[in-house]
Design a protein around this ligand. Structure first.
Ligand code: PAF
Length: 287
């Protein structure tokens, strides 16, 4: 496995692979790799000849400098994880390589970025779309894999790739969950033992919503079912729960018959445990 830190080196390595007739699968990450990332890497390996993982904690997508500063950066463990997972190249650029003096261009996420996470995290999706556009330009992959846990991010990137005709296939990988149902996230490592135990309220609230949606068309009833679970957990502080159209990401108020099939409607939530913010989502009418 090779580790590359400059865009020039990354791009010339990718050119060599392409010249040799190899397809490139790409998993962009901010490091602190866990088994959810390893599942994305395995997915990329099934779809392409060689896999590239990028590790870059992107300052442009953080609203709070404390969140950026405290984001875990276990680079040696991450490189070892990539090597064990059969990754061909790790791209780990520095912030000054990605954002040199004079850097000024931004990719705007449009209406897809104005809902759910958007208002709570000003500039976040602009930062994500900008860095992903840059990473795709450096790695030149045939296919790139993103987790569905960040469903809004996945949808924004898919739209960006279509709109800017970036010529890469974007795949959404199903959420990888711990045995108790909590979605895997690099932020879980910061939860205390009690907070980690309490975090199960998040997937349980989504389960409660899925059950409720079987018996009602009224989204308020569905959201109340989810809220009742989170409110019942003293360590949890609820931020938002939204039922939304999986394509437009716009909020839905009535679950019409046309919407009651897999892939059309999702429910998403953000919940705080102390200073740690967890997000999760699921299909409201799973197959
Ligand atoms: O999902 C993430 O880890 C990040 O938002 C991404 C896509 C690597 C961009 O920094």
């Amino acid at each position: 496995m090779i580790t590359l830190s400059s865009t020039t080196d990354m791009r010339s390595w990718a050119e060599q692979q392409r010249a040799a007739g190899k397809t490139i699968g790409f998993v962009p990450t901010m490091g602190a790799l866990h088994s959810g990332h390893v599942a994305l890497i395995a997915d990329a390996a099934r779809r392409a000849d060689v896999v590239v993982v990028s590790i870059f904690v992107n300052p442009l997508q953080f609203n709070e400098s404390t969140d950026f500063d405290s984001y875990p950066r276990p680079i040696h463990d991450d490189v070892a994880t990539c090597s064990a997972a059969g990754v061909a190249a790790v791209f780990a650029p520095t912030a000054s390589a990605m954002y040199p003096p004079g850097f000024q261009t931004r990719v705007l996420s449009g209406a897809l970025g104005d809902v759910m996470e958007g208002p709570n995290r000003p500039g976040h999706f602009e930062g994500v779309a900008t860095i992903v556009a840059k990473l795709l330009g450096a790695v030149r992959p045939h296919v790139a894999i993103f987790g569905q846990k960040d469903f809004q991010q996945l949808r924004i990137i898919t739209q960006m790739v279509t709109d800017l005709e970036l010529g890469v296939e974007i795949i959404g990988h199903p959420i990888v969950r711990d045995p108790d149902g909590v979605a895997q996230s690099s932020r879980n490592a910061r939860l205390s033992t009690n907070q980690r135990r309490a975090a199960v309220a998040v997937p349980h609230s989504l389960d409660a919503a899925v059950w409720a949606a079987n018996d009602t068309d009224d989204v308020e009833v569905v959201v109340s079912a989810a809220l009742a679970v989170v409110v019942g957990e003293p360590l949890a502080e609820h931020e938002y729960t939204t039922v939304f159209d999986a394509t437009t990401l716009q909020a839905i108020s009535t679950l019409t018959p046309a919407l009651r099939s897999p892939g059309k409607v999702r429910i998403g939530t953000a919940v705080w445990f102390g200073d740690i913010r967890l997000i999760d989502n699921c299909d409201l009418f799973p197959a």
